[in-house]
Write a protein that binds this ligand. Structure first.
Ligand code: DGY
Length: 322
């Protein structure tokens, strides 16, 4: 049984794949080019892919023997799940194992942006620090501030746990109440305008889909406090990035901490790079050694289950047909 793994991933996971299948591995430190993916998938029964690979009808047409598409990520907006369902191919993903690490990243961005860590470090390294100064690089307090969590799923819940430790007031939006968050962290479910109006920090934790594309844009930033900080560790396109740039530049909101972007990698001529009131990191939300290993192992196990015709450990639900 031949399978394709589209990126070099932790050894532990490669071992699981190699023990159960004949593995072809794209080892280069860049995403597999689309034409190579299409060519190589032709004789494979399993595909272990990354969020940088677009898996659509063309890939599934080429991969006629595929029994499973296993993504090493929780998000799967790069995969046309309806097309996979049409081709009878289950899709696996890796929820759960990256929840806390991603929440840590969101919180790191909250702290770094609020307390101007990046600017402060640049200031020091540039040799500009001449003396202790009572007015130097003043930021905002995180403790006792109000956080608005957009999407109280697994990761949102873990962000709420961290916020509660900082004695923050926690507001959230979500399709349904999260009773655990309300009970454990005194979180309050509110509508989006209330959350935007009252929060000092707005942290985005929704998957990207047709409903959440540009969920936050110019009219939403206008409702936020002028000092508010936006944090995005979900998917870039949940936020209208051009509108965010304008809001940051014109002081409509106070700052942003971004791990994800509408276009990745962020082009070096992107106007966001000209602003100082934000912290930008390269989609490292889940990037701890332990978590990336767990994600890879789970993706490998989903792959093996799929090629053996067994239920996946985590299968993305097939879209409901209209
Ligand atoms: C995911 O799993 O969707 C993350 O974005 C990867 O860090």
């Amino acid at each position: 049984m031949r399978v394709l793994v589209t990126r070099d991933i932790p050894e532990e996971a490669l071992k699981i794949v190699a023990e159960n299948a004949e593995m072809e591995l794209w080892r280069e430190a860049r995403p597999i080019p689309r034409e190579v993916l299409i060519e190589q998938v032709a004789d494979k029964v399993g595909l272990l892919c990354m969020l940088t690979d677009r898996i659509d009808d063309a890939v599934l047409e080429a991969g006629k023997h595929l029994r499973v598409v296993s993504q090493m990520a929780v998000g799967y907006d790069n995969i046309d799940v309806a097309a996979c369902t049409k081709h009878g191919v289950p899709v696996g993903n890796t929820p759960g194992v990256l929840t806390e690490t991603t929440a840590d990243t969101a919180f790191a961005l909250i702290l770094a942006t609020a307390r101007r860590m990046h600017e402060s470090e640049q200031f020091l390294r540039a040799g500009e620090w001449k003396m202790w100064d009572p007015m130097l690089l003043l930021g905002q307090d995180v403790h006792h501030a109000t956080i608005g969590i957009v999407g109280m799923g697994r990761i949102g819940y873990e962000v709420a746990r961290r916020a509660y430790g900082f004695q923050m007031r926690i507001l959230y939006t979500g399709n349904r109440p999260n009773e655990e968050a309300e009970r454990n962290f005194e979180a309050q479910r509110v509508d989006l305008p209330t959350l935007l109006r009252e929060s000092d920090f707005v942290s985005v934790h929704t998957p990207l889909n047709a409903q959440t594309h540009h969920l936050l844009g110019a009219e939403h930033f206008a409702q936020m406090k002028r000092t508010a900080i936006l944090i995005n560790t979900a998917r870039g396109a949940v936020v209208d990035q051009k509108a965010l740039y304008t809001a940051l530049k014109e002081g409509v909101i106070g700052g942003a901490g971004l791990d994800v972007f509408e276009r990745e990698p962020l082009p070096m001529d992107d106007p966001l790079l000209t602003l100082s009131n934000l912290v930008l990191v390269p989609h490292i939300g889940s990037a701890s050694i332990k978590t990336r290993t767990q994600m890879a192992v789970l993706a490998a196990k989903n792959l093996v289950a799929g090629i053996q015709g067994k239920p996946l450990l985590h299968e993305v639900p097939a879209p409901i047909q209209p």
